[in-house]
Design a protein around this ligand. Sequence first.
Ligand code: PLP
Length: 419
Amino acid sequence: MRDLASSEDGEKPPSCSPAKALKAFRPAGRGFWANVPEAEWNDWHWQLRQRITTVEQLQRLMPTLTPEELSGAKLANRKLALAITPYFFTLIDPADENCPIRRQVIPRVEETYVAPWEMRDPCGEDAHSPVPGLVHRYPDRVLFLATDRCASYCRYCTRSRLVSNASGYDFHPDYDRQIDYIRQHPEVRDVLVSGGDPLLFNDDKLAHLLGRLRAIPHVEFLRIGSRVPIFLPQRITPELCAMLKRHHPLFISIHSNHPRELTTEAREALGRLADAGIPLGNQSVLLRQVNDRPEIMTAHVQKLLMCRVKPYYIYQCDLVAGSAHLRASVRQGMQIMEQLRGHTTGYAVPEYVIDAPGGGGKVPVAPEYVLSRNAERVIIRNHEGQIFEYPEASDGTPLKAPPPEKEELELEPAPAAAP
Ligand SMILES: *Cc1c(COP(=O)(O)O)cnc(C)c1O
């Protein structure tokens, strides 16, 4: 076994410069796991069993751990669980303290620093939970928390109060009550199954859950929120895709933040989902020193399109306790949006939202393109800063046009029908 840090074969994770990030679909070598047979490496159960979950494992695999990371890792598992799949771990550049992959999954001591405005439940989900494990925030749709486990844990997790690292993948303890609530609420036409990560269930369990939701007549639309295609692409098997296909219309929202996460493995897993007819969207969280530069985000959204994923949302990082070191400013978020709209493919442009603290829901935050507006006209600017005037449409009363010339009224005689 080679050590990941020694990099004897000269393989280095791809640099995160946008140009290179766009091209490099191939991650670094497997480092520590170089000798693991292909069949094991590609087995999602193996990846889960071999996850890095303790500070001792982390130290052994990454001797370049900084003092901040080391004390963070020692405290992890008390607050937010520590877990990283071997696959995702190989995307970390051990030589780069500011590696954008590393910042997302390696704990830091700053997680214990809590700003006065930070919260345990930043989006007020518990207050909008009619039944444990169900959040009914918007009129026609619910968030269904199927499990409290994830393949790896994001250090800025908005549900860090809920997720755990216990073993065994079972439904939420209030599973039947969750289903009953939806059955009794005909206004719920859209169910977003998330967690935790629902794609950690085995195929049969997930099929059971989707089947029970599909059996409710007023549930039209199903969605799964998952980071599994990014943390554990091995899970996206042909069998899983064949099962998901039976529950259409079904969308999947993935979560990726940086172009380097879109490896060959991830692209192929996403391709299998897309081939099963599943429309794919991506949700990114705006994170300091991860994706808070316009050129990184541009490379990321363009690469998502190459993976057949539509960038859906960029979230301002929720005010979850201990996340200040990962939080970028709203100003940066708006600058990124300015640099996307008009400058790249419209399909690549997500919506930037703040999930309002305390439970207000998602609020779009866009740069201002309407400079002024009155009953007669709107003044707008484009992505190049040019200013335009657009006449406001009337209330529908037809304008008085001058009477048309007589000849214009005479229609050509219709051609005779063919015999
Ligand atoms: C984000 C979210 C949804 C889904 O919102 P969309 O804008 O339709 O994607 C539903 N419920 C809750 C509680 C959410 O946070």
